[in-house]
Design a protein around this ligand. Structure first.
Ligand code: C5P
Length: 211
């Protein structure tokens, strides 16, 4: 398998949405699956741009890493990294942000009344872009109705493939994953494996699809 000459964008990790200069809204994504995918893509010979939210993982060898904090920064960095042959959006992007206070909110003032604003959906944006990567892959982390939700998400978001994973059972932060690959051809259940093995298997499929 070779991906020489191909450019692959990977987003990974959570985003942090600031509430004030010291507080953020975060999620439990560790970034491990996204980093494993970036590593497998680089090992297969691709030029890899990894756009990472706040995680404490080493950059895989040969991978160009761009660190971001918020969903807006991740969206801008992803757009700036185009064109690409393939984008794999593994990041757990925060769905909402708040308008952050410029000074630290004081506990004595009582619980803040947070007003949420929807973040842009990077996957949907890429799907509609004139520079849409030829192969656009999203992830769907679900705790219930995993497959049905992921199948619906593939069409709703304009992705070619969705990798569905059940995050109800210690997947987030762990080293193993059990996923299903959802494409226009149907649903393929993959056996439970390490995140590295899932990454290599996905990259084999990507190499075959990109020819
Ligand atoms: O709708 P949901 O968040 O479950 O969709 C998950 C997929 O969409 C993932 O591939 C994720 O990286 C991507 N996504 C995104 N931008 C968002 C929200 C999700 O790219 N704001």
């Amino acid at each position: 398998m070779t991906l020489a000459g191909k450019h692959i964008i990977v987003t990974a990790g959570p985003t942090h949405e600031p509430i004030d200069p010291v507080r953020v809204i975060a999620n439990r994504s560790s970034g491990k699956q996204g980093f494993a995918i970036a590593q497998a893509a680089a090992e297969a010979g691709a030029k890899v741009t990894l756009i990472a939210g706040p995680v404490w993982l080493e950059t895989p060898p040969g991978v160009h890493r761009i660190d971001v904090e918020t969903a807006l920064e991740m969206a801008a960095a992803t757009e700036a990294a185009l064109p690409a042959d393939c984008a794999i959006l593994v990041a757990a992007v925060a769905d909402w942000r708040v308008d952050p206070a410029t000074a630290k909110l004081k506990k004595a003032d009582g619980p803040p009344d947070l007003h949420f604003i929807a973040n842009p959906d990077i996957l949907v944006g890429l799907g509609q872009s004139p520079r849409r990567p030829r192969l656009l892959i999203g992830f769907a982390a679900e705790t219930d109705n995993v497959i049905a939700n992921a199948v619906a998400k593939r069409t709703a978001k304009g992705a070619d493939w969705i990798v569905a994973n059940d995050v109800g059972s210690g997947v987030m932060g762990g080293d193993r994953n059990r996923v299903a690959l959802i494409s226009g051809d149907g649903v393929e259940d993959w056996p439970e494996a390490s995140k590295d093995e899932v990454a290599r298997r996905l990259l084999e499929r990507i190499a075959a699809a990109l020819g």
